[in-house]
Design a protein around this ligand. Structure first.
Ligand SMILES: [Zn+2]
Length: 84
């Protein structure tokens, strides 16, 4: 499974060293509160579900084909042949 960290940065350009809270809003946004120690303030980012989806890495094709190869091997072992 692919993974990509959410990019957080303060207006000053610093990467936060502390995440205070992660939550969800009533209009289905993900909200992350974080603390910038460089300028001593609390900031937050808000992402809609669409934005979250766009931020996701592409599907892990290798793992998919690997597991279907394993499936085929298992099916073969119980006498079922898969045509691909
Ligand atoms: Zn800052």
């Amino acid at each position: 499974m692919g993974y990509r960290a959410m990019q957080l940065a303060c207006y000053c350009g610093q990467v936060p060293d502390r995440i205070l809270e992660v939550g969800f809003t009533s209009n289905r946004h993900v909200v992350v509160h974080f603390w910038c120690s460089a300028c001593s303030r609390v900031l937050f980012v808000s992402h809609s579900l669409d934005e979250c989806e766009k931020s996701c890495p592409p599907p892990d094709v290798d793992a998919e084909s690997q597991s279907s190869a394993e499936d085929a091997r298992f099916l073969n072992s119980i006498g079922i042949t898969t045509a691909e």
